[in-house]
Design a binder for this molecule. Structure first.
Ligand SMILES: *Cc1c(COP(=O)(O)O)cnc(C)c1O
Length: 367
């Protein structure tokens, strides 16, 4: 008999656990009727800033916009270059090219899958304006060497923290280490809305001020426009949901850590390459990514057991058709290309049970 399937991320199970809180918060927001930049958006911004021990948070429409507006706030655009890893979700790179700046892609390190610091040094040019490390899979990038480069060259660091809510680097929260950072609240992220959402977090008041204008048609006073802005605001009803979920985030991240520890124990001794944790890192396990040179067989075994899985990401950015204008070819970034052929993401969400983890591990061991 086919057992019940195991989802990759089970958002309905999470909603079920917190339904009374969520329903009440949504109804309250709808009842207030302040749908655009309403009370819940303002309160969420304060609460998410506090969660991050940062002075400023500005809610925006989604994570891609958060990164885009962060770069625009730094005056980055046509003629500028921003260094970013090719092994990331495409949105990191879209945020750069949508400003008019050129994304300068670099390889990742083979152990932790984050931006390769030596490759960053080689990619610097007089046009470099910023570096965008990505805390990929919820594992912090190595920030100190990047901060040193940025200081020496007067560059900005824009952190892509879309997968890293609550992760720490040498005790410092990801998203508060560089000049400004972008968070995503896409439903499947560690802190997810019930639709699109995003935010910037920064220690620099002038950048927060510029993003708060840019997201709202470039106006501070209604009908007075000091910049050419956008319409990209964190929806009030989504903010009401996020305020509820933020209260659970630390616990959910701990549950992800427990689930990752369980996988590490259960998969020890299999032929799978397991994710490593850097000495500087306390990750939040947005994804649990294993490696194998027999991926198709592993996929088949998981499918047969009714277990969902993913690949994050199957095509590195430099080989995407959309970025052919950058002039790359296969072989340019060997670490990222090897990973793209070998990685597989196992089910990972806070509510995954011990029994489900065991079933995943059994399917992995048996393939
Ligand atoms: C999800 C994600 C984004 C974009 O966020 P959206 O809210 O989907 O626009 C950017 N970078 C990374 C690494 C992501 O995982």
């Amino acid at each position: 008999m086919q057992k019940t399937s195991i989802q990759f991320v089970d958002l309905r199970r999470q909603y079920h656990n917190i339904q009374p809180e969520i329903d009440a918060a949504m109804l309250r927001a709808v009842g207030r009727g302040d749908f655009i930049l309403g009370e819940d958006t303002r309160e969420f911004e304060k609460e998410f800033a506090a969660f991050n021990h940062a002075p400023h948070c500005i809610g925006v429409g989604d994570g891609t916009d958060a990164l885009h507006l962060a770069l625009r706030a730094l005056n980055i655009g046509l003629g500028d270059e921003v260094i970013v890893p090719t092994h990331t979700y495409i949105a990191s790179v879209l945020a750069i090219s949508n400003t008019g700046a050129r994304p300068v892609l670099v390889d990742c390190d083979p152990d932790f899958y984050c931006i390769d610091v030596k490759a960053v040094e080689r990619a610097l040019t007089p046009r470099t304006k910023a570096i965008m490390p990505v805390h990929l899979y919820g594992h912090p990038a190595d920030m100190d060497p990047l901060l040193q480069i940025a200081k020496d060259r007067q560059l900005a660091i824009v952190e892509d923290t879309a997968q890293g809510h609550g992760a720490t680097y040498k005790g410092r929260l990801c998203g508060t280490i560089g000049d400004i950072s972008g968070f995503s609240f896409y439903p499947g992220k560690n802190l997810g809305a019930y639709g699109d959402g995003g935010a910037i977090v920064t220690n620099r008041p002038e950048l927060a001020e510029r993003v708060s204008l840019l997201r709202n048609y470039g106006q501070k006073v209604k009908y007075v426009h000091t910049m050419k802005g956008y319409n990209s605001r964190l929806d009030t009803v989504q903010a009401a949901i996020l305020r509820v979920k933020l209260r659970h985030l630390a616990q959910w991240n701990d549950q992800r850590r427990a689930a990752a520890a369980r996988y590490a124990e259960l998969l020890d001794g299999t032929k799978l390459g397991l994710p490593q944790v850097a000495p500087w890192a306390n990750p939040v396990w947005h994804l649990y990514v294993v490696q194998t040179d027999r991926r198709a067989d592993l996929q088949k075994a998981l499918d047969a057991a009714g277990i969902s899985h993913g690949i994050h990401y199957p095509i590195p950015v430099h080989l995407q058709e959309a970025y052919q204008d950058l002039g790359h070819k296969p072989g340019d970034f060997p670490v990222a290309e090897a990973l793209a052929g070998r990685i597989l993401s196992l089910p990972m969400f806070p509510e995954i049970t011990v029994e489900e983890s065991q079933r995943v591990a059994q399917a992995c061991a048996g393939f």
